[in-house]
Write a protein that binds this ligand. Sequence first.
Ligand code: ATP
Ligand code: MG
Length: 309
Amino acid sequence: MIYTITLNPALDRTIEIDGLKADDANRIVREARYAGGKGIDCSRAIEELGGESTALGFIGGYDGLELEGRLINEGIICEFTRIGGQTRTNIIIVDHKKKTQIILNAAGPKITPGEIGLFFQKIRSLPLHAEFVIVSGSVPPGVNQHIYAQIITTLNEKGIRVALDADGDLLRYGCGAKPTIIKPNIHEFQRLTGITSTDPTLLVGKAREIVAKGVSMCLISLGAEGIVGVTQDLAFRAIPPQVEVVSHVGAGDSALAGFIVALTKKKDFRQALIMAAAAGSAAVMNPGTALYKKKDVERLKKEVTIEKL
Ligand SMILES: Nc1ncnc2c1ncn2[C@@H]1O[C@H](COP(=O)(O)OP(=O)(O)OP(=O)(O)O)[C@@H](O)[C@H]1O
Ligand SMILES: [Mg+2]
C-alpha cells in the first residue's frame, strides 16, 4: 500500500461559459466537479498503474464529504482526518468564446492544533508494511512550515519510506528530516540550492550535496527535458520522447507516482527513472485534470532514452 498525504485538498469546480459578461447574468454551458490536490493526483496515478493507494489529509464540511465520496467512487481508499472547517472549493471558469481560463483558488480552512494532533495519531498508527508515503503540495492556514519535516521524522522512526514533493520552506525543512526521495522541479530545486544553471551535470553536483546529508534519492524534473535522478553512486537523466502537449497539469505528480510504483514493483533506480519520465510525458498528452492512461505510459516507456551523468 502506498499512502499519499494532501493536507489542503480542494473540490475543483469547472464552469464552462460562452463569453463572460460583467454586470449581467451568464448561462453556464457545462459544469464539472473534481477532487483535487497533488497527493490525491498521485493516488489516482498509482491506481491507474495497478498500484494500491490510500489518501490521507484533512477534509471538512459537505464539500469535504463530496471530495471523499468522489475519490471512493474512483476506487481510492480514503482515511482522511475530519476537521471543523470546510474543505475549500477552487473555481475554474473556462470561457470558450474568449478562449480564456479564470482560476480562483481558495486558501483553505484553518486547521486547529487539535486537528493536527489527530492527524499525527493517524500517521503514527500506519501499518509498518506501508510501502511508501508520498507527501506533497502546500499546507492550509494554521499549519507550520515544519510539518513535513515532522511527518518524515515520525515515519522514519517507524521505518516507513517517504517521498517529498514540495516547495520553499516545506521542502527545505523537509530535507533536513531525511526523506528517502525528494522530487523538486527545476525551479523548486534552484530555490532550494541557489543554483542558477540547468545543466544536468551541475545539477548532479548540487544533488549529491543533498544526498550526502541523508536524502537517498534526489529527482529533479525538467519538463520536456526529462528527469535527473541522483543517488550516492548513480546519476542518470531520463529523456522522454517528444509528445503533443495538451495540458501540463499533474505531470510532476504523475512522474513521482510512476517512479514509486516502479520501486514497489522491485524495479531498479534506472528503470524507475524511465518509468517516471514516461508517466510524466503521458500526463501532458491529456487535457485538464485527466492524468494519464496506463497504455500510453507502457508505450512511451519504450521510447525514453537514458543517459549516465
Ligand atoms: N512538454 C513535455 N513533453 C514531454 N514530457 C514532459 C513535458 N513536460 C513534462 N514532461 C514529463 O513530466 C515530468 C515532470 O514534469 P515537470 O518537470 O513539468 O513537473 P512539475 O513542474 O513538478 O509538474 P507539476 O505541475 O505537476 O508539479 C518530466 O520529467 C517529463 O518526463
Ligand atoms: Mg511539481
